[in-house]
Design a protein around this ligand. Structure first.
Ligand code: NAD
Length: 257
């Protein structure tokens, strides 16, 4: 029960990393506010938590909209009396995101609005609520692509994740003496809907797998365990970190055959 008496808000809780983290947090005692734009997915996550005896509510919020972010934080306070853990995790990877010549301004702006501004807005409204609750932990989902370049480009996505990483670092420093920790999670490529719908042929998958020392994609459940560590007091002396969970990809030059 590492999150007993804690209130946690998780964006993108209707799928992938967000769903696995929501159910794990609830199993560890947290009251969970599940946020998504996909109502079916979000409500399914809440139903799974409730059927296991946990506490959760679903809030529809588009994280690129300030009013929605304000409302999701208010819901946490109204439903459960405060906010201690915020996992700014929702993000998109658009199929038309490519190199500088291919990527349109529309795709760039959409990606930045959700992946980068969405995390900013989550922090903008979440930080005062966490402060009022006596402090807590913010985890923002960046990516291994914030740390290394790929010749299979998604320029807007990569730039947005670099922004999340830099912003998380600065927020960590600003709020370090207020008992508010901020860390960025940098997942490697995962077997979730987001990536697998993009890597829809065996050839595309192999193009990536050869660069991963472990030789497999990660699982959303493996990210959830890392997020639990960052959310709980087990990581009490960690802030401003790039927490990389990537099967060794950022450590590798030549991978095993
Ligand atoms: P996913 O597509 O399974 O889940 C993302 C969720 O976010 C979905 O339920 C979606 O409806 C929701 N969402 C999208 N736009 C939203 C918005 N504007 N407002 C609120 N919710 C919105 O993806 P995932 O793999 O679980 O990804 C979660 C995070 O992890 C993303 O930020 C992603 O960029 C990052 N990430 C994923 C991988 C990977 O390989 N899957 C690798 C590194 C980082």
């Amino acid at each position: 029960m590492r999150l007993e008496n804690k209130v946690a808000l998780i964006t993108g809780g209707g799928s992938g990393i967000g769903r696995e983290t929501s159910t794990l947090f609830a199993a560890e005692g947290a009251k969970v506010v599940v946020v998504d734009v996909n109502d079916t997915g979000g409500e399914e996550t809440v139903a799974t938590i409730q059927s296991a005896g946990g506490e959760a509510v679903y809030v529809h919020a588009d994280i690129s909209q300030a009013a929605d972010c304000e409302n999701m934080v208010r819901t946490a306070e109204d439903s459960f009396g405060g906010l201690h853990v915020m996992f700014n995790n929702a993000g998109i990877m658009h199929g038309d995101d490519g190199d500088a010549e291919q990527t349109t301004e529309k795709i760039w702006e959409l990606t930045m609005a959700i992946n980068l501004k969405g995390v900013f807005l989550g922090c903008k409204y979440g930080i005062p609520a966490i402060r009022k609750s006596g402090g807590g932990s913010i985890i923002n989902t960046a990516s291994f692509v914030a740390l290394m370049g790929a010749a299979t480009p998604q320029l807007a996505y990569t730039a947005s994740k670099g922004g999340v990483l830099a912003m998380s670092r600065e927020l960590a420093v600003i709020h370090a003496r207020e008992n508010i920790r901020v860390n960025a999670l940098c997942p490697g490529p995962l077997k979730t809907e987001l990536l697998m719908s993009f890597l829809d042929t065996e050839e595309k998958k192999q193009r990536r797998l050869v660069h991963i020392p472990m030789g497999r994609f990660g699982l959303a459940a493996e990210m959830a365990k890392a997020v639990l560590f960052l959310a709980s007091d087990d990581s009490s002396y960690m802030t401003g970190a790039e927490f990389t969970v990537d099967g060794g990809i950022t450590a590798a030059y030549v991978t095993p055959e």
